[in-house]
Design a protein around this ligand. Structure first.
Ligand SMILES: [Zn+2]
Length: 302
């Protein structure tokens, strides 16, 4: 049924809603009606996205806010710039579902899809806020989220780690304790290699140019670290890859992802339990301290 107040120029002669640009009898173009909203209810809480919820729903559910933080940076000639964001968003989405299943209402925040990627400067397409802005952004975001039960940050990019740790220290001094979950896979290479390529084949195969996958700098991260920090990724790997993506498979990606999600959920639940249990307060040196992530990446990932 048409809304009774639909303007006359958005109705046809018999009162139907116009769905296309039309020319009326006088040859005058009329403005087409805006598209109808998508059918069905919005996802909403408790398992949906924050953008789809209303403030009263948030107030009633008092959910945990899960924030995915990624990057927009080069990932070699074969993976998209948004690789870290795709991975962080997928882990965060599964974390929300896992928290829900554990009777912890949770909601997914809008993703932060640009991070601190200075080490990838020089590769076209890379965008970066830098660590100082990243730190400030996270501090302000968490400060603004006091009406949530807690904040869980899923970090898909190793270059964001320092900014998140610094933000965590400042927030902890204010009594705010965001839980930081690094997307640190159980095994793998540093950047755009077999690990990330496998995970992307599992999550978004249409975005992987697998025929362009080629090795980059294949030394281990301990050997590469100082050179990358001094001269950026471009100084050690002209194609931007740290590792060897050849041989990556979707099956391996699914396995890596399942393992990461299971560990992340266990870490998040332990941290959230500690946050809300008055007889077991979080110790400043507790491994879930956001300034000292439970599972710090052993190598730069992302
Ligand atoms: Zn990455």
């Amino acid at each position: 049924m048409n809304p009774p107040d639909l303007p006359a120029d958005r109705r046809t002669a018999n009162g139907d809603r116009r769905t296309h640009a039309e020319v009326d009898g006088a040859g005058t173009h009329v403005v087409k009606a805006p598209p109808d909203p998508p059918p069905g209810p919005l996802p909403g809480l408790p398992a949906g996205r924050l953008e789809c919820a209303t403030w009263p729903e948030v107030a009633v559910a008092h959910p945990v806010l899960v924030v995915a933080v990624g990057s927009c940076e080069q990932h070699g000639p074969h993976l998209p710039l948004g690789t870290d964001s795709v991975i962080a968003a997928a882990v965060a989405e599964r974390l929300v579902a896992g928290l829900e299943a554990a009777d912890r209402p949770a909601v997914l925040a809008p993703i932060i899809s640009i991070g601190a990627s200075g080490e990838h400067a020089g590769f076209p397409g890379t965008l970066s806020f830098g660590s100082a802005v990243m730190e400030e952004m996270v501090v302000e975001l968490v400060r603004s989220a006091d009406h949530f039960a807690a904040v869980v940050i899923v970090n898909g990019h190793g270059g964001n780690t320092a900014a998140l740790a610094a933000a965590g220290e400042r927030l902890a001094a204010e009594g705010r304790r965001p839980v930081v979950i690094p997307c640190s896979f159980a095994r793998g290479d540093a950047h755009a290699g077999r690990t990330e390529t496998s995970v992307m084949l599992a999550l978004a195969p249409d975005l992987v140019r697998i025929d362009l996958a080629e090795p980059g700098a294949v030394e281990g991260w301990p050997e590469l670290r100082d050179r990358v920090l001094a001269g950026g990724v471009a100084s050690v790997s002209p194609n931007g890859v740290l590792g060897d993506p050849t041989g990556a498979t979707a099956a391996e990606g699914r396995s890596l992802l399942d393992d990461l999600v299971a560990r992340s959920l266990a870490t998040a639940l332990a941290a959230l339990n500690a946050l809300v249990d008055p007889v077991d307060p979080v110790d400043p040196v507790d491994p879930v301290d956001p300034a000292d992530p439970v599972d710090p990446p052993a190598r730069l990932h992302g």
